[in-house]
Design a protein around this ligand. Structure first.
Ligand code: C2E
Ligand code: CA
Ligand code: CA
Ligand code: CA
Length: 423
């Protein structure tokens, strides 16, 4: 509060937030965390716009502070990112959204600076305790993720953590429908090739789930994975994905195709299930797939939630012989700790970092640093979301080993994979 443009000590911030949550638990209150990123300022998230000028940041910070109540908290996280923490009665959700909208409008008022008038817009991601997270880490990670979704939706938007899957007033039937999708056969997998940057050869495939809804048609995973996570349905869903990917991998090998690594996404609830490594062993056994062909992708928020348990799980998975990769690296806020602490084999650089290549200097610096970090830690490194030749040229020269993205192929059916592998 005192120095609005100063940066908080992370440990201090987490402790403060943990205290606030403790209090809220005791007094049966709700805490809303809003992760705010200014749209038209240059930072590692979007690499566009102005460099964040101190004058403007101070003005924006002051407006935020004036827009919240005395019991609320505003902190600058770094760059052009801020965190707002609001404590309230659980019945006041609609009011909270309205207050955040007002804050967003306050940010929007034109600012008169040295170079004339500028208007700043913001992307706001919201997560509320206890529904969207029980700890400060979970809340921050979920608010951060919602902020990214807000960015994807365009400028000056506000997204609730689970807004993509569970809009307010969502028909209760949706959960039942998802349950049917898993037990019936409405789910299927597509596979996206991963290629060796130096040779262009396909080295692996990422399995991505799709839902063929009887009435709505193809539903993208962003619209049902969050719901599946919230309801716990992600456990049976993830188990289905795991088995189907192993079955398909074995079937391709039986056709005489060169064996490839199959990467499967694993969510937090699955990873927290003590039986998970047993499920993995059973899936490999059932389909006769050697463990070296299976790779599991987890995001850093998955392992950061309960580090000790995550580490034990990772070790038992490694003992099976499966590979582990850290997914969406560079999209979160605590990446280095996760890399040092956990035994990953591979690092997947997030699309948001790759997107700004090669024009944006900051992105170039970060990607280069991540690649050399991976080399130091003896991790292989893959760039996600590669769409252009220019990005490819940069990655080749920066010695990134593998790449995945529309530049090579969108996720496609198993039949199309066979065609790609045969040419
Ligand atoms: P992800 O793990 O980061 O997967 C990559 C996403 O990026 C895929 O979206 C893919 O289609 C998209 N993509 C790939 N190349 C490009 C590109 O060059 N440009 C752009 N703009 N996008 C690209 P998709 O299939 O919609 O999946 C979205 C997310 O849903 C995945 O993100 C993953 O987090 C989740 N997901 C998908 N399948 C599963 C699953 O079986 N289990 C779990 N837990 N999550 C899954
Ligand atoms: Ca920004
Ligand atoms: Ca992935
Ligand atoms: Ca990813």
């Amino acid at each position: 509060h005192d120095d609005l443009t100063g940066l908080p000590n992370r440990a201090f911030l987490k402790e403060r937030l943990a205290n606030i949550l403790d209090q809220a638990r005791r007094h049966n209150r709700k805490v809303t965390v809003a992760y705010i990123d200014l749209d038209n300022f240059k930072d590692i998230n979007d690499g566009r716009g102005h460099a964040a000028g101190d004058e403007v940041l101070k003005e924006i910070a002051t407006r935020m502070a004036n827009s919240v109540r005395a019991s609320d908290m505003v902190v600058r996280l770094g760059g052009d990112e801020f965190l707002v923490v609001l404590v309230h009665q659980s019945s006041h959700d609609a009011g909270i959204t309205r207050r955040l909208r007002e804050l967003q409008k306050a940010i929007n008022r034109p600012i008169l600076g040295e170079d004339g008038e500028i208007t700043v817009t913001s992307s706001i991601g919201v997560a509320a305790f206890p529904f969207d997270g029980a700890t400060s880490e979970e809340l921050l990670a979920n608010a951060d993720r919602a902020m990214y979704r807000a960015k994807e939706l365009g400028r000056n938007t506000l997204q609730h953590h689970d807004a993509g899957s569970t809009p307010v007033g969502m028909p209760l039937g949706e959960q039942e429908e998802l349950h049917q999708a898993i037990t019936g056969d409405q789910l299927f997998l597509q596979y996206q090739p991963q290629v060796d940057v130096a040779t262009g050869r396909i080295t692996g495939l990422e399995a991505l789930v799709r839902w063929n809804h009887p009435a709505k048609g193809r539903v993208p995973p962003v619209n049902f994975i969050p719901l599946a996570e919230e309801t716990g349905l992600i456990v049976p869903l993830g188990l289905w994905v795991l088995n189907e990917a192993c079955r398909q991998a074995r079937s391709w090998q039986d056709m005489g195709l060169t064996p490839l690594t199959i990467a499967v996404n694993v969510s937090a609830k699955q990873f927290a299930d003590p039986d998970f490594s047993k499920h993995v062993a059973e899936a490999l056994e059932r389909h006769g797939l050697q463990s070296r062909w299976l790779e599991l992708e987890v995001t850093e928020s998955v392992v950061m939630q309960d580090a000790e348990r995550a580490l034990a799980m990772m070790e038992s998975l490694r003992a099976l012989g499966v590979r582990l990769s850290i997914d969406d690296f560079g999209s979160g806020y605590s990446s280095l700790a996760a890399l040092k602490t956990f035994p990953f084999d591979r690092l997947k650089m997030d699309r948001s970092l790759v997107e700004a290549l090669p024009g944006d200097k900051t992105a170039v610096a970060i990607v280069s640093a991540v690649i050399s970090l991976a080399q130091t830690l003896k991790l292989s490194v893959l760039a996600e979301g590669v769409e252009t030749d220019d990005q490819m040229d940069f990655l080749r020269q920066a010695r990134c080993e593998e790449a995945q993205g529309y530049r090579f192929s969108r996720p496609v059916s198993p039949e199309e994979i066979v065609v790609l592998l045969k040419v």
